[in-house]
Design a protein around this ligand. Structure first.
Ligand SMILES: O=C(O)CCC(=O)C(=O)O
Ligand SMILES: [Fe+2]
Length: 533
């Protein structure tokens, strides 16, 4: 605005003839008197904005200081991922707003503004902040981590250059409450209160204490607590009245979200899932583990496997689940990731009617489907799977490549529909997904296991290896022991690929059994070399 005043004054002055009149020369003084303070105000205002901008630049430089060391390692850490999202959702948005106040003709500002204009829809927003926060909580509860360690940037011994701030603690605490994680809420809000700094923290002590109060009560037994409070409530007591109403609404929301979770994810035995994710075995399966073997297989003398038989590690006998090692080379894997990267989209699921596709809130991953025609490497994988499993892949699905996000997981599920209606629908296509060939396209340093909740075993993602199991008995009956999920990624960048093998065309390769629940052998194995695991 100040600049506009200055420019307008100059325009007016430009029309006059100064030298011919003393009176007009005096006018010049008057103009200068107006312009100079205006210009000074303009400079002061810009200086102030520049100082703010400089502060934000320093802060961002500091926050991104560790990125240059190793990009892959940097984004592998959930706290770093969280901060990166936050930098864009908060810091860069503030910078963009400040830039709006500057003169648009500046070359540098034009460059930055152009980037913002283009990327505005792509940059992280509040929704991403929420996702990042939930990711940290997911990692925390699955791997049983202390909030105080996370604050120091320590995730199972992997350190981030950055810490979590008091505001972050408060935000995570509130998210924990929304998710019904009352114990964790207490932990985070307590930390937020301990580290509270007057004037610096963006929340008030009163609000945090109120949250702590709610979480502590809810942790003990929220239903009776609320009821008790309601009964004892005196309408005259206004503060207590509003507080109780607030609780009531809050708990209504919580009960609702718990219900939604059960509906979308079926019944999840969280504790078993978490244990398996941590690499622990579930007790009852220990005996079975003694019988597990590692061996080399040529799959009944398949010529392509004679020179280099496939390495098989048995993970479970009931049902049969194996992990094949060194199935894919780094070259093939790199090619697959290169093809998938530009196509990645957020996992979706069918909504209430078939056309209504929505983001699957429980599946924190981005997906891409690759056809054999997309590149020779994709077709190579299909052929290799056929060689190893002895199944035809003519009717198999395209490869589904998945890249997981902050604390990315896929809670326990079946790869096949379990209701008769849904199964009938599939019969008109190429039949059921009788088997899953799950390829690991990366290592994951901490977490990211595939946990088979009912079988009591979990597979560790090892780049180039693959897990294989049958989702149905040879009789065609769904095998409910295959209930499995992808554990949250605690440190690393997890890439995986699913190849689902359909029923059609397999009748001579995987013969039907009369006994409904007769087990199938995973391979038509002829052992080349066998040793104890
Ligand atoms: O990525 C994993 O570990 C498992 C993924 C999975 O089960 C699926 O995509 O159906
Ligand atoms: Fe699955």
């Amino acid at each position: 605005m100040y600049m506009a005043i200055v420019i307008c004054t100059v325009c007016y002055v430009g029309k006059a003839e100064w030298f011919s009149s003393m009176e007009q020369i005096t006018d010049l003084l008057r103009h200068e008197n107006t312009m100079l303070p205006a210009l000074q105000r303009f400079v002061d205002a810009k200086r102030k904005q520049l100082a703010q901008l400089q502060e934000l630049v320093y802060l961002t430089i500091y926050r991104k200081a560790s990125v240059s060391i190793n990009k892959e390692e940097y984004i592998s850490h959930p706290i770093n991922q969280y901060h990166l999202i936050k930098r864009f959702a908060n810091d860069w948005t503030q910078i963009a707003a400040l830039l709006q106040t500057f003169n648009k003709t500046s070359k540098f500002i034009n460059i930055i503004s152009a980037i913002f204009k283009k990327a505005k829809t792509l940059f992280p927003k509040d929704e991403d902040m929420k996702g990042g926060t939930e990711g940290i909580l997911r990692v925390q509860i699955t791997y049983n981590l202390n909030a105080s360690d996370l604050v120091e940037g320590n995730i199972a011994g992997k350190y981030s250059f950055l810490n979590l701030s008091t505001d972050d603690c408060y935000r995570i605490g509130k998210t924990a409450l929304r998710g019904g994680l009352f114990g964790r809420c207490v932990e985070w809000i307590e930390l937020a209160l301990q580290r509270f700094e007057e004037g610096k923290s963006t929340f008030t002590k009163r609000n945090a204490t109120e949250y702590l109060d709610i979480c502590e009560f809810a942790q003990t037994n929220y239903k009776s607590t609320v009821l008790l409070r309601l009964v004892k409530m005196k309408p005259r007591n206004r503060i207590r009245f509003t507080r109780t109403i607030k609780w009531k609404l809050l708990f209504k929301r919580l009960t609702f979200s718990r219900h939604a979770r059960v509906q979308t994810q079926e019944v999840v035995d969280d504790e078993t899932f978490f244990k398996l994710c941590r690499g622990e075995q579930t007790l009852t399966k220990k005996k079975q583990h003694k019988k597990l073997r590692c061996y080399l297989s040529t799959n009944m003398g398949n010529p392509k496997l004679l020179i280099r038989p496939v390495k098989v590690e048995e993970l479970s006998k009931s049902p049969d689940i194996v992990q094949f090692h060194d199935v894919l080379s780094d070259t093939v894997i790199n090619e697959i990731k290169k093809l998938a990267k530009p196509q990645l989209f957020r996992a979706i699921h069918a909504g209430s009617d078939d056309t209504d596709l929505q983001k699957a809130p429980y599946r924190i991953t981005k997906l891409a489907w690759l056809l054999d025609d997309d590149g020779p490497e994709v077709a190579k994988i299909t052929e290799r799977i056929s060689d190893i499993t002895g199944l035809t892949l003519n009717t198999s699905e395209e490869i589904q490549v998945a890249n997981y996000g902050v604390g990315g997981e896929y809670p326990p599920h079946f790869d096949i529909p379990t209701t008769d209606e849904e199964r009938d629908d599939l019969k008109s296509q190429d039949g059921e997904r009788i088997a899953t060939f799950l390829i690991y396209l990366s290592d994951v340093e901490v977490g990211g296991r595939t946990a088979f909740v009912n079988a009591g075993v979990s597979a560790k993602p090892i780049k180039g290896s693959a897990v294989f199991w049958y989702n149905v008995f040879p009789s065609g009956e769904p095998d409910l022991r295959t209930y499995h999920g992808a554990c949250p990624v605690a440190f690393g960048n997890k890439w995986a690929g699913n190849k689902w093998i359909r029923e059609a065309g397999e009748m001579f390769r995987r013969k039907c059994e009369l006994d409904r629940y007769a087990d199938s052998k995973i391979l038509n194995v002829r052992l080349v070399y066998r040793n104890r695991a």
